[in-house]
Design a protein around this ligand. Sequence first.
Ligand SMILES: Cc1cc2nc3c(=O)[nH]c(=O)nc-3n(C[C@H](O)[C@H](O)[C@H](O)COP(=O)(O)O)c2cc1C
Length: 211
Amino acid sequence: MTTLLRVDASIRQDGSVTRGVADTLETEIGPATTLRRDLGTAPLPSDTWPQAVAAAFSPEPDAAQLRARALATEVADELVSADAVVVATPLYNFGVPAAVKAWIDVVITDPRFAPGVPSPVAGRPAFLVVARGGGYGEGTPREGWDHATAYLKRILVDVWGLDLQVIEAELTLAPSTPGMESLIDLARENLDAAHATARDAGRALDTVGAA
Ligand SMILES: Cc1cc2nc3c(=O)[nH]c(=O)nc-3n(C[C@H](O)[C@H](O)[C@H](O)COP(=O)(O)O)c2cc1C
């Protein structure tokens, strides 16, 4: 293993479940050059995507369009140069964080990721770490309300061809939310399981990288 791209999206540092589980994964993966794209603390400028799209259709892109295209090249370069990818994201408002959607959209403006072009990252290992404050399991009132995970799988697996493992922690709001007290033990089990899965996944990847 040589280069890991780590994409974070939580808007918090302290107590972030996704950052914590991704840290566990990164530690177990072992020695690697880690490229960090922290969309939680430094989202891509909101006009990057429209300006990069406009650049593609403009015979003489203006300065803003050229800047956007350069940033798109930079984020696509990060992805292309990664031997493995970690995307760590919370569920926000029943969907994917806007900063993650923007990152994906911007990557796809790069000609290497254009529709119909064979993915330059196909077959590479990737991990999606997702945290949800509530519970979305089968039979729960909110079953089907997580509109982030399926979308992210669609992009990471079906569009980019990554070899994806999903690591999920649910009920993360239980310890801090009145009315969720009865779910605290389950939340703790869930979190422990997510870290255990991350440890196993990181070790397995390290083994592959060392082979
Ligand atoms: C603005 C905001 C919106 C959220 N929306 C949802 C939501 O729709 N569903 C849910 O289950 N949890 C929601 N949460 C809770 C987060 O998914 C949960 O706290 C998660 O652990 C955050 O990731 P982090 O621990 O890495 O910061 C929301 C949290 C915030 C701050």
